[in-house]
Design a protein around this ligand. Structure first.
Ligand SMILES: Nc1ncnc2c1ncn2[C@@H]1O[C@H](COP(=O)(O)OP(=O)(O)OP(=O)(O)O)[C@@H](O)[C@H]1O
Length: 586
């Protein structure tokens, strides 16, 4: 090739790379001295993709296409027969909601309830082996009403059932949440007659078995269930899957995983894969040779000889003759998986474990105007939405003064009806003691019978169920002003009238922060959160908040040195007493 030709080839390449290179007139081509190589143009790099484009790589398309719902969206619930106002709720349910003081659907409910209660009777069917429903993942702030968003559709769809089968399974991470969600189901089931059960280890295994199944012998192919809806913790669910004859998940129409990110992070005897394999359509057995004697003998040889109410996707397990059709469609499980959390997991591997079917994502958050990609990114990058009625504060303090700060909050900022979170059971007990000694010293100094002490109690997993229930009742009745607790109740617990949340010890990650502060400002009520940050922790805490794009929402409060002077004498007395108690116990 001549040098000139080579030059032209290179130039053409450069043009097609950039797409907009101007043509150089022939007479302007640079003169190339004879015997020298042509100079090649420098390679042109395309612009580096932006950080957000990179973050979107490999992102689940379903998240990008999520339905974004603004937290202020509501739908009024009309009364009376006829018009359901777009809620798709029956007249009976609407009447019951009104009795409970619920007159409108909250944002997450406006998106979920009409979607999960399809208009067509056919799609409301409890069995949809050839037209299985779409799974749903929901990310909505704490206290936004996620529980009713699944309780109402489940009750509405199951109320058409004729025979009791286990059709809805709700999995929750703690026993307290099982009790709470069961109460919600029961409140709304009134007058409907669906059977609701729970297993969480609160009662003996044998007692739970007797509540779950009619018949432990023989093994029935369709199982036998005394309940339509079961609410459980994953550990106890596994015990029953493995140890309760006739306990079967083959009729499930709903599998709800509430606090999904927490449950996916815990393995509990590999509960998820066991549950998924129990609801999955089972493999096809060998077809019978013919419809005559061979099939009868294979029926006899069938391990469980008493088929009883198999679900449609399991029916083909029976060695009855196939009716040939030109369509070859495999029946699928009719189970619809519903995942909920205020801090939905960003780990695609964890989501993949769930084997979701064409999942629909619903995200409740303030910035509906943003692009779909940026909303998806927020979820993926753990920029969780918080309740709009929450005010957040932080106090950066010397670690020695931290206890003084909490007394200051209680007495100067009226921080009562409060949950106070600590990092461990030990620091919970220590703080309680200090609190009690402080109040004793304060009351003694006041010398006035009318001065009431602030009452604090510990709420922990070590307490028995009855005791915990009694404490919560007293807290609701304001006989207890402050509950000191660990992260045991930071998730999901719906304790009415918590007006303040104090993180006495900083939460270790943003999820813990979101769930702790979310115990207040629930259901549209106002609430305040306070985080006490020791000086050496301030950098980490601020970095954690800014990574979640949240630092600007947490107001730093500076407490002047002299603001706590009046509390100092009681604090010193309390400290002295505490020292003595710990010295004695060593
Ligand atoms: N439509 C509604 N109208 C009035 N109150 C409601 C409505 N929906 C739910 N609530 C109330 O709001 C409170 C919070 O609801 P819920 O516990 O379901 O929140 P959540 O979104 O599950 O919160 P978390 O993420 O903390 O578990 C409950 O007391 C519930 O009764």
């Amino acid at each position: 090739m001549e040098v000139d030709e080579a030059f032209d080839v290179v130039k053409e390449g450069a043009e097609s790379d950039e797409g907009e290179a101007e043509e150089v007139p022939a007479d302007e081509k640079p003169e190339i001295p004879e015997g020298t190589l042509p100079s090649f143009p420098l390679p042109v790099h395309p612009d580096a993709p932006s950080q957000s484009t990179l973050a979107l790589q490999g992102l689940d398309k379903h998240i990008v296409d999520a339905d974004i719902v603004h937290p202020s969206t509501t739908i009024p619930i009309p009364e009376g027969e006829g018009d359901d106002g777009g809620t798709r709720l029956s007249e009976k349910t609407r009447r019951r909601l009104k009795e409970l003081g619920i007159t409108e659907l909250f944002a997450v409910q406006t998106a979920l309830i009409p979607y999960l209660i399809p208009e067509s009777e056919f799609e409301r069917s409890l069995y949809r082996p050839f037209n299985p429903p779409q799974d749903v993942c929901v990310s909505a702030p704490t206290g936004s009403g996620k529980t009713l968003a699944y309780v109402l559709p489940i009750l509405e769809l199951l109320q058409t059932r004729v025979v009791t089968r286990l059709r809805a399974l709700v999995v929750l991470p703690t026993r307290d949440l099982v009790i709470q969600v069961r109460e919600t189901f029961e409140a709304l089931n009134k007058g409907r007659g669906l059977k609701i059960g729970s297993v969480s280890g609160q009662h003996s295994f044998a007692h739970e078995q007797s509540q779950l199944v009619h018949d432990k012998q023989p093994h029935l192919l369709g199982g036998s269930s005394k309940v339509d809806i079961l609410i459980c913790t994953p550990g106890r669910l596994m015990d029953h899957l493995l140890g309760t004859p006739n306990f079967s998940l083959q009729h499930l129409r709903f599998l709800v995983v509430d606090e999904a990110d927490r449950l996916l992070a815990q393995s509990f005897q590999d509960w998820l894969s066991q549950v998924l394999s129990a609801i999955r359509s089972p493999g096809k057995p060998e077809p019978p040779l013919s419809t005559s004697s061979a099939s009868i003998s294979s029926i006899e040889a069938f391990t469980h000889p008493y088929p009883d109410g198999l679900s449609p996707n399991n029916l083909r397990l029976l060695p009855v003759p196939n009716i040939p059709t030109f369509l070859h469609e495999e029946p699928e499980s009719s189970c619809q998986k519903l995942l909920f959390s205020a801090t939905l997991t960003r780990d695609p591997g964890k989501i993949a474990m769930l084997e979701l079917r064409n999942p629909k994502y619903v995200i409740v958050q303030g910035n509906v105007g943003e692009s779909k990609e940026s909303n998806a990114l927020k979820v993926m990058m753990e920029k969780f939405a918080m309740p709009e009625t929450l005010r957040e504060h932080m106090i950066i303090t010397d670690s020695l003064k931290k206890p003084l700060m909490i007394f200051h909050l209680v007495h100067a900022h009226n921080v009562t009806n409060a949950l106070v979170f600590t990092k461990s059971a030990e620091s919970t007990t220590r703080l309680l003691r200090l609190f009690q000694f402080f109040e004793e010293a304060r009351i003694a100094a006041a010398g006035d019978a009318s001065t009431e002490p602030i009452v604090a109690k510990v709420y922990s997993s070590d307490l028995g169920n009855q005791e915990r229930r009694a404490i919560l009742e007293d807290f609701k009745d304001q006989k207890i002003n402050i509950l000191i607790c660990s992260d045991l109740i930071s998730r999901g617990m719906d304790i009415s009238h918590v007006s303040h949340v104090v993180s006495y010890d900083v939460p270790v990650d943003i999820r813990k922060y979101v769930h702790r502060v979310g115990r207040t400002a629930r259901a549209g009520r106002e609430g305040d959160s306070w985080t006490l940050v020791e000086e050496q922790e301030a950098r980490h805490f601020k970095r954690m908040l800014s990574a979640a794009d949240h630092l600007q929402n947490v107001k730093r409060e500076r407490i002047p040195e002299n603001a706590v002077d009046s509390l100092m004498p009681y604090y010193e007395t309390a400290l002295e007493k505490l020292r003595k108690v710990y010295a004695r116990s060593q």
